[in-house]
Design a protein around this ligand. Structure first.
Ligand SMILES: [Zn+2]
Length: 216
Protein backbone atom coordinates (compact mmCIF):
# COMPACT_ATOMS: atom_id res chain seq x y z
CA UNK A 1 0.00 0.00 0.00
CA UNK A 2 1.89 2.99 -1.33
CA UNK A 3 0.09 5.67 0.75
CA UNK A 4 0.87 3.98 4.09
CA UNK A 5 4.43 3.24 2.97
CA UNK A 6 4.90 6.92 2.06
CA UNK A 7 3.51 8.16 5.38
CA UNK A 8 5.80 5.84 7.35
CA UNK A 9 8.82 6.91 5.28
CA UNK A 10 8.23 10.64 5.76
CA UNK A 11 7.23 10.32 9.44
CA UNK A 12 10.59 8.65 10.09
CA UNK A 13 12.36 11.36 8.09
CA UNK A 14 10.74 14.12 10.17
CA UNK A 15 11.73 12.29 13.35
CA UNK A 16 15.33 11.94 12.12
CA UNK A 17 15.49 15.64 11.30
CA UNK A 18 14.17 16.69 14.72
CA UNK A 19 10.98 18.19 13.30
CA UNK A 20 8.58 16.07 15.40
CA UNK A 21 8.68 14.51 18.85
CA UNK A 22 7.01 11.28 20.05
CA UNK A 23 3.94 13.07 21.37
CA UNK A 24 3.41 15.69 18.70
CA UNK A 25 3.25 16.12 14.95
CA UNK A 26 1.10 14.27 12.45
CA UNK A 27 0.92 13.51 8.74
CA UNK A 28 -2.12 12.81 6.58
CA UNK A 29 -2.83 11.88 2.98
CA UNK A 30 -6.34 12.09 1.55
CA UNK A 31 -7.41 9.57 -1.05
CA UNK A 32 -10.14 11.72 -2.60
CA UNK A 33 -11.40 9.02 -4.99
CA UNK A 34 -12.25 6.69 -2.11
CA UNK A 35 -12.92 9.36 0.55
CA UNK A 36 -10.28 7.91 2.88
CA UNK A 37 -8.03 9.96 5.14
CA UNK A 38 -4.77 8.20 6.08
CA UNK A 39 -3.23 9.70 9.22
CA UNK A 40 -0.52 8.89 11.74
CA UNK A 41 -1.66 7.61 15.14
CA UNK A 42 -1.55 9.75 18.26
CA UNK A 43 1.28 9.66 20.78
CA UNK A 44 3.58 7.28 18.90
CA UNK A 45 7.30 7.69 18.28
CA UNK A 46 7.50 8.28 14.53
CA UNK A 47 10.70 6.25 14.12
CA UNK A 48 8.82 3.14 15.34
CA UNK A 49 5.80 3.46 13.04
CA UNK A 50 4.84 0.62 10.71
CA UNK A 51 2.23 0.55 7.95
CA UNK A 52 -0.27 -1.29 10.14
CA UNK A 53 -0.20 1.59 12.64
CA UNK A 54 -1.48 4.15 10.12
CA UNK A 55 -5.12 5.01 10.81
CA UNK A 56 -7.64 5.26 7.98
CA UNK A 57 -10.71 7.45 8.53
CA UNK A 58 -13.85 7.56 6.47
CA UNK A 59 -16.52 10.15 7.32
CA UNK A 60 -14.84 10.73 10.69
CA UNK A 61 -14.77 7.02 11.65
CA UNK A 62 -11.62 4.93 11.91
CA UNK A 63 -11.92 1.91 9.61
CA UNK A 64 -8.29 0.67 9.63
CA UNK A 65 -5.17 0.84 11.78
CA UNK A 66 -4.06 -0.80 15.00
CA UNK A 67 -3.65 2.47 16.93
CA UNK A 68 -5.96 5.39 17.58
CA UNK A 69 -5.83 8.16 14.97
CA UNK A 70 -4.27 11.50 15.76
CA UNK A 71 -6.62 13.81 17.65
CA UNK A 72 -5.68 16.57 15.18
CA UNK A 73 -7.54 14.99 12.26
CA UNK A 74 -10.10 17.83 12.36
CA UNK A 75 -7.30 20.24 11.52
CA UNK A 76 -6.20 18.09 8.59
CA UNK A 77 -9.77 17.71 7.33
CA UNK A 78 -10.40 21.47 7.47
CA UNK A 79 -7.21 22.22 5.52
CA UNK A 80 -7.92 19.58 2.87
CA UNK A 81 -11.50 20.80 2.44
CA UNK A 82 -10.27 24.35 1.77
CA UNK A 83 -7.66 23.19 -0.75
CA UNK A 84 -9.16 20.77 -3.29
CA UNK A 85 -5.88 20.98 -5.25
CA UNK A 86 -4.02 19.30 -2.35
CA UNK A 87 -3.97 15.79 -0.88
CA UNK A 88 -1.33 15.89 1.87
CA UNK A 89 -1.04 17.76 5.17
CA UNK A 90 1.86 17.87 7.62
CA UNK A 91 1.42 19.34 11.09
CA UNK A 92 4.46 19.72 13.35
CA UNK A 93 5.93 21.82 16.10
CA UNK A 94 9.09 22.54 14.08
CA UNK A 95 11.11 24.69 16.52
CA UNK A 96 12.05 27.78 14.49
CA UNK A 97 8.61 28.18 12.92
CA UNK A 98 6.81 27.38 16.16
CA UNK A 99 8.83 30.04 18.01
CA UNK A 100 7.00 32.59 15.84
CA UNK A 101 3.67 30.88 16.59
CA UNK A 102 4.40 31.29 20.31
CA UNK A 103 4.73 35.03 19.67
CA UNK A 104 1.52 34.99 17.56
CA UNK A 105 3.56 36.63 14.81
CA UNK A 106 2.88 36.54 11.08
CA UNK A 107 6.20 36.07 9.28
CA UNK A 108 7.01 38.69 6.65
CA UNK A 109 10.67 38.44 5.76
CA UNK A 110 12.14 40.54 2.98
CA UNK A 111 15.72 39.26 3.24
CA UNK A 112 15.42 35.82 1.65
CA UNK A 113 14.90 34.89 -2.00
CA UNK A 114 13.75 31.42 -0.91
CA UNK A 115 11.14 33.01 1.32
CA UNK A 116 10.03 35.31 -1.52
CA UNK A 117 9.58 32.51 -4.02
CA UNK A 118 8.01 29.95 -1.70
CA UNK A 119 5.95 32.01 0.72
CA UNK A 120 6.01 35.82 0.49
CA UNK A 121 4.39 35.69 3.92
CA UNK A 122 3.38 33.05 6.49
CA UNK A 123 0.24 33.97 8.43
CA UNK A 124 -0.34 32.99 12.07
CA UNK A 125 -3.83 31.85 13.07
CA UNK A 126 -5.18 32.77 16.49
CA UNK A 127 -4.92 30.13 19.24
CA UNK A 128 -7.49 27.30 19.11
CA UNK A 129 -7.65 24.44 21.58
CA UNK A 130 -5.85 21.29 20.30
CA UNK A 131 -8.07 18.25 19.76
CA UNK A 132 -11.20 20.39 19.17
CA UNK A 133 -12.59 22.02 16.04
CA UNK A 134 -11.41 25.38 17.42
CA UNK A 135 -7.88 24.49 16.38
CA UNK A 136 -9.01 24.97 12.76
CA UNK A 137 -10.55 28.43 13.32
CA UNK A 138 -9.55 30.71 10.45
CA UNK A 139 -7.74 27.98 8.54
CA UNK A 140 -10.14 27.97 5.62
CA UNK A 141 -9.30 31.53 4.62
CA UNK A 142 -5.58 31.44 5.46
CA UNK A 143 -4.76 28.16 3.73
CA UNK A 144 -6.37 29.20 0.43
CA UNK A 145 -3.34 31.22 -0.59
CA UNK A 146 -0.68 29.84 1.74
CA UNK A 147 0.98 26.42 1.69
CA UNK A 148 2.50 27.00 5.14
CA UNK A 149 0.68 28.58 8.09
CA UNK A 150 1.38 28.97 11.79
CA UNK A 151 -1.08 27.90 14.50
CA UNK A 152 -0.96 30.43 17.34
CA UNK A 153 0.70 29.15 20.54
CA UNK A 154 0.97 25.71 18.97
CA UNK A 155 2.87 24.86 15.76
CA UNK A 156 2.67 24.95 12.00
CA UNK A 157 0.96 23.21 9.10
CA UNK A 158 1.87 22.64 5.45
CA UNK A 159 -0.32 21.48 2.60
CA UNK A 160 0.53 20.32 -0.94
CA UNK A 161 -0.67 18.08 -3.76
CA UNK A 162 1.75 15.34 -2.60
CA UNK A 163 3.33 14.35 0.71
CA UNK A 164 6.82 14.84 -0.74
CA UNK A 165 5.95 18.47 -1.54
CA UNK A 166 4.30 19.15 1.82
CA UNK A 167 7.39 17.83 3.63
CA UNK A 168 9.72 19.84 1.34
CA UNK A 169 7.77 23.05 2.11
CA UNK A 170 8.07 22.40 5.83
CA UNK A 171 11.80 21.70 5.56
CA UNK A 172 12.37 24.84 3.48
CA UNK A 173 10.31 27.06 5.79
CA UNK A 174 12.02 25.75 8.92
CA UNK A 175 15.46 26.16 7.36
CA UNK A 176 14.80 29.77 6.30
CA UNK A 177 13.64 30.66 9.80
CA UNK A 178 16.69 28.94 11.31
CA UNK A 179 18.99 30.98 9.05
CA UNK A 180 17.03 34.15 9.83
CA UNK A 181 17.48 33.53 13.56
CA UNK A 182 21.22 32.94 13.06
CA UNK A 183 21.54 36.04 10.86
CA UNK A 184 19.90 38.11 13.57
CA UNK A 185 22.69 37.13 15.92
CA UNK A 186 25.42 38.07 13.40
CA UNK A 187 24.46 41.58 12.37
CA UNK A 188 21.90 43.81 10.77
CA UNK A 189 19.85 41.92 8.22
CA UNK A 190 19.71 43.56 4.81
CA UNK A 191 16.41 43.36 2.95
CA UNK A 192 15.99 42.89 -0.79
CA UNK A 193 14.80 46.21 -2.29
CA UNK A 194 11.07 46.56 -3.00
CA UNK A 195 11.73 46.82 -6.75
CA UNK A 196 13.86 43.67 -6.84
CA UNK A 197 11.37 41.85 -4.61
CA UNK A 198 8.44 42.63 -6.89
CA UNK A 199 10.46 41.77 -9.99
CA UNK A 200 11.42 38.36 -8.60
CA UNK A 201 7.90 37.52 -7.39
CA UNK A 202 6.34 38.55 -10.70
CA UNK A 203 8.90 37.17 -13.13
CA UNK A 204 10.33 33.99 -11.62
CA UNK A 205 8.47 31.00 -13.13
CA UNK A 206 8.55 29.14 -9.80
CA UNK A 207 7.33 32.04 -7.69
CA UNK A 208 4.26 31.72 -5.53
CA UNK A 209 2.41 34.29 -7.67
CA UNK A 210 3.01 32.24 -10.81
CA UNK A 211 2.27 28.91 -9.12
CA UNK A 212 -1.05 30.12 -7.74
CA UNK A 213 -2.07 31.49 -11.14
CA UNK A 214 -2.25 27.87 -12.26
CA UNK A 215 -4.27 26.67 -9.26
CA UNK A 216 -7.13 29.12 -8.88
ZN1 LIG B 1 0.21 19.98 17.38
Amino acid sequence: MIIKENIVFYAKLLDKKGLVNPLEGNISVYDRDNNKLYITPSGTRKSLLTEKDIAVLQNGKQIEGGLKHSSEYLLHEAALKARPDCNAVVHTHAPYLTAFAYCNKDIKLRCSSTFALLFEDIPCLPYGQPGTKDIANGIEEAIKEHDLILLGNHGCLTIAPTLEKAIAILEAGEEVMKIYTLANSIGIIKDISDDEWEKMCNEHPGSKRNRYKNIF
